[in-house]
Design a protein around this ligand. Structure first.
Ligand SMILES: NC(=O)c1ccc[n+]([C@@H]2O[C@H](COP(=O)([O-])OP(=O)(O)OC[C@H]3O[C@@H](n4cnc5c(N)ncnc54)[C@H](O)[C@@H]3O)[C@@H](O)[C@H]2O)c1
Length: 345
């Protein structure tokens, strides 16, 4: 194995990413080295590509980006006893400390010191990735590398969708991006009655209809109340999953929820956004913020569901060899793609 590798790096503090030669990472006693096979492009990578205010204030340069991946273990640290060379895997990209109160309670996803690969630490858009063995998630044969490469965002969808009991419930999802669409598939899989997904982008709504048995609604030209009344709901939706980060979508969700409804919030608004709190109080709505994935319960549940009929493959709309990464980022930048997967083999 050469001691150099191909990597997609934020090599300069300006728009874009650059394919560079970088040293293969050296692993510590508790780490593994992963030969990356497939990676997914996330909205976070687009922020880094665009070098917006968040990226410029957060990401040190140079930085190998990327955190959605699947690959194979090629080296293990001397303390690692429960993994083997040749094991196919994905992994949790949030690196956590084990000493916080939350971690010591087993709530690793709530560790306040979380650091992200591809954001704060060298990432997965490379031929090789160093990862703590703790973060590795072995992949069963039933999950191939391209699905393995999108488990991170599927995990966001699963974490959000499983925040509240959905069995027999009517669910509203605002935002038919890849994560909203996968959440819709999960909601159906776990037994929701009606799943309505909204967007203002018709391409995204069409994609939602190809991935899951849902009712897509273009709120730019359809009235949401008419839709749920047509589905014979009496008061509106029981549970809302906010996946757009859009202020109007959030207002619409509150308006169309039943008294005592519940909202799980994954979408990230671009800045401070006004909220009609009195509406939320008088409707007795419960709101839960969702960050990342539960480590590792979300991983366990999503793999179990994928092994038992959950099918999100159609959310992948573009596949490129990594040397065509600019086309991959172009597809993401169009705003109409589903998941875009890059092949590193
Ligand atoms: N909390 C977390 O840990 C976490 C992790 C990953 C992503 N996110 C956030 O989750 C959200 C979903 O991620 P994604 O990759 O699917 O995002 P995305 O940007 O691809 O999708 C958001 C969708 O919302 C739609 N939208 C805009 N205005 C709308 C409106 N008024 N009503 C309904 N839909 C509207 C957009 O057209 C778009 O299709 C994003 O806000 C992202 O930043 C949060």
């Amino acid at each position: 194995m050469s001691n150099e590798m191909k990597a997609l790096s934020k090599a300069k503090a300006e728009v874009g990413l650059w394919m560079v030669r970088a040293p293969v990472p050296e692993i510590g006693p508790d780490d593994v080295l992963i030969r990356v096979k497939k990676t997914g492009i996330c909205g976070t990578d687009i922020h880094i590509w665009n070098w917006d205010a968040w990226a410029a204030g957060t990401v040190p340069v140079p930085m190998i980006t990327g955190h959605e991946f699947a690959g194979e273990i090629v080296e293990i640290g001397r303390n690692v006893t429960d993994l083997e060379i040749g094991q196919r895997c994905s992994g949790e990209g949030h690196l956590i400390n084990k000493t916080s109160r939350q971690s010591r309670a087993g709530k690793f996803h709530l560790d306040p010191g979380t650091r992200g690969i591809g954001v704060n630490e060298q990432g997965a858009f490379a031929e090789y990735l160093r990862l703590p063995a703790f973060n590795v998630v072995p992949l069963p044969d039933a999950i191939d590398d391209e699905i393995g490469a999108i488990l991170d965002p599927l995990g966001n969808a699963v974490h959000t969708a499983l925040s509240f009991d959905l069995i027999g419930e009517d669910v509203l999802i605002t935002g038919a991006g890849p994560i909203g669409i996968m959440a819709a598939a999960v909601a159906r899989h776990v037994g929701a009655r009606h799943v309505v997904i909204t967007d203002v982008n018709q391409d995204r709504l069409d994609l939602a209809g190809r991935v899951a048995d849902v009712t897509p609604v273009n709120v730019a030209n359809q009235d949401l109340k008419d839709v749920w009344a047509g589905l014979k709901m009496k008061q509106g939706f029981d549970v809302g999953l906010e996946m757009s980060g859009n202020q109007q979508a959030m207002d619409q969700m509150v308006e169309n929820l039943v008294m005592g409804g519940k909202i799980a919030l994954l979408g990230i608004p671009p800045g401070k956004s006004p909220v009609d709190w009195s509406r939320i109080v008088f409707k007795a709505i419960t709101i839960k913020g969702v960050y990342g994935r539960e480590i590792f319960e979300t991983w366990y549940k999503m793999i179990a569901m994928l092994e038992n009929g959950l099918d999100v493959r159609n959310v992948i709309t573009h596949r490129f060899k990594v040397d065509e990464f600019e086309a991959g980022f172009g597809a993401m930048l169009s705003g109409s793609s589903g998941k875009v997967v890059l092949d590193w083999t």
